[in-house]
Design a protein around this ligand. Structure first.
Ligand SMILES: *Cc1c(COP(=O)(O)O)cnc(C)c1O
Length: 390
């Protein structure tokens, strides 16, 4: 059996999305900035996609959507772009959390080197930010609060509407990296008082290399790329027309099937969690309920996450030990450490993330193969012998 259980890293392109994109990779190849019909057709497709995405996230205006090359670019642009403008007004403080994606954390670290002060909020043992912590961290110099919508490793969903309201009342801009949540939980930028939001297509069966940044009208943000007049002159460069069409199509499909998928995946996920918790010295990382429907993240004491992944790969299972960007390094995940887990436990973690393509039969197989593999690895682990004898 071959099981793809790493949908938090990326998802398979939906055949319907590919079908929507294909004309824009073939006959409709014109440059959207040109005046003849084949260009105008491409331009129309880009603008239709912009309007559709705006509507799907509850934005008031299509021109609040800027297309980017993905989530990392949107995060970089949101944070650097806002901070550059507000620094001129004497605002040099950023509030974020300890467990953001590196596309946020590394940007904050860079800004710290330029003189910004960064407050990293605790996410506690359940992996959830407390809105009152945001409130007490805000001060006169705060330029931006950036808190992810749902965490990419442990899947915990944050109280975004509450944080948004606190920021709005305090007159502070609020950005959320909604890359993992988009298409999986209902999101409305107006109702949730979100000023800037990042999303990317390849996490919901769209193409890689195409995402968007929502910037609420009236928010001043520095240009990302100077050049032509594309994206209201803020992000120059000929548009990735097929990617943009695919992004909108994928989001439309994800949102229209969300309720059904949420119900099905939550059931599957809970069955897997309950089964895996029967393994001795195992634990679920992150809150069980405020959690993305398709996310399972477990620790098994006494084994290395990397060896577990290699064994599972041989058994046909593609999974992850956390962030795709950090695997390959032997440092334990900053997300698991932010929950207060000791290094040796944070090493033995396994993330399984599911999509519409996964089945109950696959869960049956995982419930057989994971316990077997954990026992096998523990059978020659000196660490496990020590844990057992304690
Ligand atoms: C995947 C991911 C990103 C990066 O998106 P790319 O499109 O790969 O640049 C950013 N933030 C989160 C939470 C992610 O899961």
């Amino acid at each position: 059996m071959q099981i793809y259980a790493d949908n938090a890293a990326t998802t398979a392109l939906s055949p319907k999305v590919l079908e929507a994109m294909t004309p824009y990779l073939t006959e409709v190849f014109g440059n959207p900035s040109s005046l003849y019909r084949i260009g105008a057709k491409a331009k129309d497709a880009v603008e239709a996609a912009r309007a559709e995405i705006a509507e799907l996230i509850g934005a008031k205006n299509a021109n609040e959507i800027y297309f980017t090359s993905g989530g990392s670019e949107a995060d970089n642009w949101a944070i650097k772009g806002v901070c550059k403008m507000l620094k001129l007004k004497g605002k040099n403080h950023i509030i974020t959390t300890r467990f953001e994606h590196h596309a946020v954390l590394h940007v904050c670290e860079g800004l710290a080197k330029e003189g910004f002060e960064v407050t990293y909020l605790d996410v506690y043992e359940n992996g959830i930010v407390k809105p009152e912590d945001v409130k007490s961290a805000i001060k006169d110099t705060t330029a931006l609060v950036t808190v992810m919508y749902a965490n990419n490793e442990i899947g915990t969903i944050q109280p975004i509407a509450e944080i948004g309201r606190i920021c709005r009342e305090a007159g502070v801009l609020f950005h959320t990296d909604a890359v993992q949540a988009m298409g999986n939980v209902p999101i409305n930028v107006e109702e949730e008082c979100i000023d800037l939001l990042s999303l990317t297509g390849h996490k919901f069966h769209g193409p890689k290399g195409c995402g968007a940044l929502y910037v609420r009208r009236g928010v001043r943000i520095a240009n990302l790329i100077d050049g032509g007049a594309q994206e209201r002159s803020k992000r120059a460069g000929t548009e990735n027309v097929a990617g943009i069409v695919g992004l909108a199509k994928a989001l439309e499909l994800a949102v229209s099937t969300m309720d059904e998928r949420r119900e099905r995946l939550t059931k599957m996920r809970n069955r897997l969690i309950d089964g895996l918790l029967n393994i001795e010295k195992s634990r679920l990382n992150g809150d069980r309920d405020s959690r993305l429907p398709g996310n399972v993240n477990m620790c098994f004491e006494g084994i290395e996450g990397e060896s577990l992944l290699l064994k599972l790969d041989l058994a046909g299972v593609s999974a992850s030990s956390g962030s795709a960007c950090t695997s390959g390094s032997l440092d334990p995940s900053h997300v698991l450490l932010s929950l207060g887990l000791p290094h040796e436990i944070a090493h033995g973690s396994l993330r399984l993330s599911f999509s519409d393509d996964n089945t109950e039969e696959e869960i049956d197989y995982l419930l057989k193969v994971i316990p077997e593999t954990v026992s096998y690895l523990r059978s020659f682990s000196p660490l496990w012998d020590k844990i057992k004898s304690e």
